[in-house]
Design a binder for this molecule. Sequence first.
Ligand SMILES: NC(=O)c1ccc[n+]([C@@H]2O[C@H](COP(=O)([O-])OP(=O)(O)OC[C@H]3O[C@@H](n4cnc5c(N)ncnc54)[C@H](OP(=O)(O)O)[C@@H]3O)[C@@H](O)[C@H]2O)c1
Length: 310
Amino acid sequence: MNVTVVSRSGREIIKGGIELDASATVSDLQRAIHSRIKKLYPARQRLTLPLPPGERRKPVVLSSAKNLSDYSDGNAKSLTVVFKDLGPQVSYRTVCFFEYLGPLVIYPIFYFFPVYKYFGYEEKRVVHPVQTYAMYYWSFHYSKRIMETFFVHRFIHATLHLSNVFTNCAYYWTFGTYIAYYVNHPLYTPVNELQWKIGFGFGLLCQVSNFYCHILLKNLRSSEGSGVYQIPRGFLFNIVTCANYTAEIYQWIGFNIATQTVAGYLFLLAGFVIMSISALGKHRRLKELFDGKEGRPNYPRRWVIFPPFF
Ligand SMILES: NC(=O)c1ccc[n+]([C@@H]2O[C@H](COP(=O)([O-])OP(=O)(O)OC[C@H]3O[C@@H](n4cnc5c(N)ncnc54)[C@H](OP(=O)(O)O)[C@@H]3O)[C@@H](O)[C@H]2O)c1
């Protein structure tokens, strides 16, 4: 089979095309492109089928596990694919690891080390119990996230653009520093004991719920991580589409009830906005995938992320 590889503007990327076996897979084609153009390793390549002129719908993205013949519409001799360079890629897990490592390391620095003397506070700091519990709560949260990244989540997208390392780290590291600075501050005024105990207790319960939601999501996918989306079911998923996000939001509410800083509430707000946008997209995708047509199940009626509001 001769595969013609063109850019989105129609320019031929590999002159004369690539000759492959009739039984070749998309992955074989990606490797062949890589062998011709060294910088274009498979994760950098996005291959789609060309759209007829004037057509505005989304093009079909070629799945690397499939055979090229699955896309050739009965024509075993030739195929044209549209190539897009996704730019330098980095694994999803690497991005997550570095974005979570920052807050995990930065926060305890403010708790354990005399950093406030560099901000003009010379006196010895009195550490309140709530600050100690906040440090353990925070460290538990980010350790959990790192462990889940490596041992629980089955991501469909293996890689992300390299720039994500910088933007995501900027977000998590900056908020981590901002919150750590104020919660551990020598002039920090704690809330009453009952309040911080309720806050941390509730927050911890939500962290455990969030973990359980991740286990339920993990069980929706086979261990090879096939990219199929299923209807999440069980526990909080029976009422909310993105129950893991709901539990995440509530666990930050718990942290803020206990610690009461503007920095913490701003982080909660930012996380709420980011997760809500993402949750609306996931909810829409599941409703489209499970539309009740041609034997497909109907997506059940559920809240998106934050009952009873949406
Ligand atoms: N504080 C914040 O600002 C913030 C923001 C985002 C996330 N988080 C935390 O990080 C956690 C993970 O975030 P995330 O955005 O990666 O969560 P997510 O999109 O819900 O994904 C978690 C895992 O479940 C898979 N999954 C989700 N829905 C599925 C379905 N219907 N069928 C099969 N598999 C499905 C995902 O696969 P795919 O990757 O293939 O979709 C992924 O492997 C969150 O639960 C939350 O605790 C915090």
